[in-house]
Ligand binder design. Structure first.
Ligand code: ZN
Length: 319
């Protein structure tokens, strides 16, 4: 009987699980709330309990699985299978995730960071068309990324793929990392709102976005892109600036790695073709000629499933 894979996408609010075939088709999926109380000490035991419960429910045995793969926030030690500094999980101290899960379930376990897992997912079953050269950018509350080159994730010494901290404006906004002008400060969900507030200060004409901001209303990146699509002049200015920085970052990524695809995902990418077309315009402006014609920008296709699918694909590497 063909073995199965388990993929886990560990996040600050939910933990997503899926059982997949070796070719990456999801057969079962479920999720549980992440309990970050008591320094996140319940998280791994909750994962083990939930997996045991579901294996029993589906009448499956540990030896039917070739492995469990997981994507996690924080700094992941790939060899030891540990995580440290995942602050949205309250994991300040070192967590021996691999040891706990393998001894709890008796199934081989492998872990990588969450952005890398999502990159693998989009590469395998999504916009990456299973190509060996794919870069994934996720635009959410933070901007993250994953690089697949020669068919393998690029890990560097410790922190390759920190696309959110590519510098796009050396004198720009202060970033959480301590630098100024990182892509994340402009193109994350909160960064986009920040750009809107700044441009609204100097904007004099009529614009619904200006009215909402002056009125003290809560606006989101979605509000801004929705208004831009309706040709609200201020919102269009914000979208153009954000997409210009994204295109510049994509051009730099393209010039460095010349991937077949740069895949743009995460919540902000829901702005769709409107966003992609603008990013592409600036990408074409800044990219090296050969890169312009050989690297293609695409929207992600798997949505929330990218994490579990990519995590499961990690388990294919377990020998
Ligand atoms: Zn930064």
């Amino acid at each position: 009987m063909e073995k199965k894979l388990i993929g886990i996408d560990l996040g600050g609010t939910t933990i997503k699980f899926a059982i997949l075939t070796l070719s990456g088709e999801i057969q079962q999926k479920w999720s549980i709330k992440t309990n970050i109380l008591d320094e996140g000490s319940h998280i791994v035991p909750d994962i083990i309990t939930s997996l045991k419960h579901h294996l029993k429910l589906y009448e499956m045995q540990p030896n039917q699985f070739s492995g469990i793969g997981m994507g996690s926030p924080g700094t992941v030690d790939l060899q030891k299978g540990t995580v440290i500094g995942a602050y949205n999980l309250n994991w300040k101290k070192l967590q021996p995730v691999k040891d706990m899960i393998e001894s709890g379930l008796g199934i081989p376990f492998i872990i990588d960071n969450d952005a890398n897992a999502a990159a693998l997912g989009e590469r395998w079953k999504g916009a990456g068309e299973n190509d060996d050269e794919v870069v994934f950018i996720t635009l959410g509350t933070v901007v993250g990324g994953g690089i697949i080159s020669n068919g393998k994730l690029v890990h560097g010494v410790q922190a390759a793929g920190e696309i959110g901290h590519l510098n796009v404006e050396p004198e720009g906004y202060l970033c959480t990392c301590g630098n100024h002008g990182c892509l994340e400060t402009y193109a994350s969900a909160t960064g986009i709102v920040r750009v809107a507030r700044d441009l609204a200060e100097e904007y004099a004409g009529p614009a619904e976005l200006k009215r909402l901001l002056d009125d003290g209303q809560d606006i989101s990146a979605k509000t801004i892109f929705d208004l831009a699509k309706e040709d609200d002049q201020l919102a269009v200015m914000v979208a153009n600036q954000v997409c210009n920085y994204l295109g510049l970052a994509c051009a730099n990524i393209g010039n460095l790695l010349n991937p077949s695809f740069i895949v743009i995902g995460g919540g902000v990418s829901a702005a769709g073709k409107f966003l992609l077309d603008r990013v592409n315009t600036s990408f074409l402006k800044y990219a090296f000629p050969t890169v312009r014609t050989t690297t293609k920008l695409k929207l992600a296709q798997l949505g929330n499933d990218a994490g579990v699918i990519g995590a499961a694909s990690l388990a294919l590497m377990i020998k």
